[in-house]
Design a protein around this ligand. Sequence first.
Ligand SMILES: [Zn+2]
Length: 90
Amino acid sequence: MHFQGSLMDLLWLVPVAALLAVVWWLPIPFRKRPNSETGRGTLVTDPVCGMQLEGAKAAATLEYKGNTYHFCADGCRKQFEADPAQYLSV
Ligand SMILES: [Zn+2]
């Protein structure tokens, strides 16, 4: 079969591509700083308990006066909602 034949012809590309990928990616940890995690998700501070968390992983968010606040848990958001000024004045 023609299809099977061409597929077998391409098989040698797999180890070559893998080797190229390894050679290409290996030097990156040496070029970049190890703390590149911040590029993935910016760290935000939960205004209620002061915990630092990744914005994308926040359990709850709240828009208040044009700003978005992130919370580690829904309970913190409720506390903030009850009295936002208390947490913003700090
Ligand atoms: Zn919290």
